[in-house]
Design a protein around this ligand. Structure first.
Ligand SMILES: NC(=O)c1ccc[n+]([C@@H]2O[C@H](COP(=O)([O-])OP(=O)(O)OC[C@H]3O[C@@H](n4cnc5c(N)ncnc54)[C@H](OP(=O)(O)O)[C@@H]3O)[C@@H](O)[C@H]2O)c1
Length: 301
């Protein structure tokens, strides 16, 4: 038996219960991992509240962790007892002392990186990798708009896009967040509670507007985001922190816009994609191109 946080009914943080669970031993293609650090994500909240439906109830939340391999399924090669590995995404269940994982879903963690930093960044950082390098390929000369620029993904997005040569405009709610976004190198920061972000983007770009909007906010920002785009611009709607965006087709017609609702799991379909995504992320953290903020650490129980 191991201890884990379980959800028996949907709701606020009070539904998280600390319990003993039986996880069994790894089967073919699986490993058992003793977690050293577990990352928290907005998607954990979506599952806890029922915005996304968990496959079973009760369930153990959590989609990101770093841990040590403690046992391997029969015949498994390419990995050994004591290896430090990380994973992000499915399967859900990282809020636990130990878990069983498919070996093909984990990546080796460079010994130079702090496991706490890796646990804080792997889900958000791999998300950022596919957003700026593959979903829409950010290049020098692009002007991009990033909502929630001081959020965890938003901060990484700004840093990575700046390193790729883009001009980055960020939106934030408060002065403190504006300071953080500027500290990340954001070229122009809009405090959307004090000024209309569509008007400001129009002014800043002298009416040219932006090549891509990375919109994780959803319902509250979607229409404004579309208004900020150039003709044939890209609307990358990758989250819905304020609620699901409403349907969009007529707004797309007006400027031949591209719309995507991407997810990390669809950008790490193969082992090669997963290793490349994690490899670029770890290289960015190691070189200092990406500064990771660990805003808080908490005991598991
Ligand atoms: N598609 C994918 O592959 C993928 C992967 C990872 C994360 N995501 C999504 O990306 C989003 C951001 O994730 P994150 O980890 O960066 O979250 P985060 O650090 O908590 O940032 C969320 C930010 O969104 C802004 N926001 C605006 N309206 C909000 C509202 N009603 N409630 C809460 N926040 C609101 C806030 O910034 P201001 O105060 O400045 O407005 C907040 O700081 C989430 O929706 C998450 O589910 C998607």
């Amino acid at each position: 038996m191991v201890k884990a946080i379980r959800v028996h009914e949907l709701g606020g943080p009070e539904v998280l219960k600390w319990e003993e669970v039986e996880i069994g031993e790894p089967k073919e293609g699986e490993i058992r991992v003793k977690n050293k650090a577990i990352g928290l994500n907005f998607i954990d909240v979506h599952f806890r509240k029922g915005v996304y439906k968990a496959a079973t109830i009760p369930f153990t939340p959590g989609m990101e962790a770093v841990g040590v391999v403690t046992s391997l399924g029969p015949g498994l090669t390419g990995m050994k007892f004591g290896d430090l590995v990380a994973y992000a995404g499915n399967p859900m269940g990282s809020y636990a002392e130990e878990q069983i994982l498919p070996a093909e879903k984990v990546v080796p963690v460079p010994s130079t990186l702090d496991p706490v930093v890796v646990a804080a960044v792997i889900f958000k950082g791999m998300t950022t990798q596919y957003l700026v390098r593959r979903c829409f390929k950010v290049e020098p000369g692009h002007t991009i708009l990033v909502h929630a620029a001081a959020g965890v993904v938003g901060s990484l997005l700004c840093q990575w896009a700046i390193a790729l040569g883009a001009t980055v405009i960020g939106t934030v709610s408060t002065k403190e967040k504006a300071d953080q976004a500027k500290d990340d190198g954001c070229h122009l920061v809009i405090m959307y509670k004090e000024e209309d972000f569509v008007t400001r983007v129009n002014e800043i770009t002298s009416g040219k507007r932006v090549d891509v909007v990375y919109d994780s906010v959803g319902k509250d920002t979607v229409q404004g985001s579309l208004a900020c785009l150039k003709t044939r611009g890209y609307m990358v709607s990758f989250g819905h922190s304020s609620g699901m965006p409403e349907s969009l087709p007529s707004a797309l017609d007006a400027k031949s816009l591209f719309l995507t609702r991407p997810a990390l799991m669809h950008y790490s379909l193969t082992r090669e994609e997963l290793l490349e995504t994690a490899g670029e992320l770890f290289a960015g953290v190691t070189s200092g191109v990406l500064r990771v903020r660990v805003n808080g650490t908490y005991p598991l129980c």
